[in-house]
Write a protein that binds this ligand. Structure first.
Ligand SMILES: *Cc1c(COP(=O)(O)O)cnc(C)c1O
Length: 363
């Protein structure tokens, strides 16, 4: 029998969340962001659930090639573009679309002999100061691209730094204003919104939206839960209790003897640790479900195990079902307790945790 930890991926929840995107996106086309192994959910199964999206976005060239080889015919965008002329040849061979965000990429492009028309997303740096051309450089780059015979569609693109935070609206407005300078000059299709912007700033929908986290059922907004946004958790990480310990007053638990019992108590040992992707820095008090009942983690997370308080869950025993996050326990709550965000927990899920797709799990 395999170790009793797995990640259940709810196919119907993915499709439901896509329908919520569709509702908010109105007429914009949807580019489903499936970078980082679909945020840890599994690339190919996620794509098969999201077939009705209009396009997919990844960063990893190998992922894009895998999609094509699996017969995925949608436009596939490389969010960081290509890193070498060899990459660009693969982009051409597999008919991928690419972001162009830097002069170096233009130089490579102009030096290459492509066989197929190349669709590009030209990224404008509107204030996040990570990737993208400044306004002046963008004008030059766009003029070059527009007159290049091998370039097909050109889309303008930018990315928001603070769409999750209701108190930082002014930053968004500044980014939009900056972006509109280029928009007005070139009249090209545009793409701005990530999940948070799709939900909070309808004016950013433009021609293409780029949802990631909301497809996976976690809230992208700091001031709203996933349930309030009608998003359903896609990934549920489950495990089991594999041992029980009875602590006397003042007994300690785990590495560093970090937790000390202030009364006699029963604790459960769960087959899940940081080697599975559970955050080691999750402190005592982090929520967890035992047979559907909410309790807390106590003591330090080990590599392969963690320990839970069974006070008030008298029937719990070896074999009891654990939910680390997912149905009944929003990942945001675990993330917040551990001082991180849902994105990081999803992406950190270890390859040793088997993922299982479930088709029609109702809420
Ligand atoms: C990851 C990413 C997204 C998706 O962001 P979410 O917050 O997960 O919706 C959109 N656009 C770009 C450029 C990205 O890198």
């Amino acid at each position: 029998m395999p170790r009793p930890i797995s990640a259940l991926i709810d196919f119907s929840a993915l499709q439901h969340n896509l329908s919520i995107v569709r509702k908010h996106a109105r007429n914009a086309q949807i580019m489903a962001v499936i970078k980082a192994n679909a945020y840890g959910h599994g690339l190919l199964s996620t794509v098969s659930a999201l077939r009705s999206a209009d396009a997919f976005a990844v960063l990893e060239l190998e992922a894009a090639v895998r999609l094509r080889e699996a017969g995925v015919d949608h436009p596939i965008l490389l969010l960081e573009g290509y890193f070498s002329t060899e990459d660009l040849a693969v982009v051409d061979q597999y008919r991928l679309s690419t972001v162009i965000h830097h002069e170096e990429q233009l130089v490579m492009l102009l030096a290459s002999k492509l066989k197929n028309k190349l669709n590009v997303f030209v990224k404008i740096n509107t204030g996040m100061n990570r990737l993208g051309f400044t306004l002046g450089d963008a004008v030059a780059a766009l003029n070059t691209l527009k007159s290049h015979p091998i370039i097909g569609n050109i889309t303008l693109m930018t990315h928001f730094a603070c769409a999750d935070d209701p108190l930082q609206k002014i930053e968004i407005m500044e980014q939009i204003k900056y972006f509109s300078v280029i928009q007005k000059k070139f009249h090209l299709p545009c793409s701005m919104a990530n999940s948070a912007a799709i939900l909070r700033y309808p004016e950013t929908r433009a021609d293409w939206v780029r949802p990631g986290i909301m497809l996976y059922g976690a809230s992208p907004l700091l001031d709203k839960t996933a349930a309030e946004l009608d998003l359903r958790p896609v990934m549920t990480v489950t495990s089991k209790i594999i041992a029980i310990q009875h602590l006397a007053l003042k007994d300690k638990v785990g590495y560093g003897s970090h937790f000390q019992a202030d009364r006699p108590m029963r604790i459960g040992i769960v087959a899940c640790g940081y080697a599975d992707g559970y955050p080691r820095h999750a402190p005592t008090g982090t929520p967890i479900l035992v047979d559907g009942q909410r309790t807390r983690i106590v003591g330090r997370i080990s590599m392969d195990m963690l320990t839970v308080d069974l006070t008030g869950i008298e029937h719990a025993n070896v074999g009891s079902n654990i939910i680390l996050w997912g149905k009944g326990l929003p990942i945001e709550e675990v993330a917040e307790s551990a001082g991180t965000i849902s994105y990081e927990l999803f992406c950190a899920l270890s390859s040793r945790v088997e993922t299982q797709t479930i088709m029609n799990e109702n809420q």
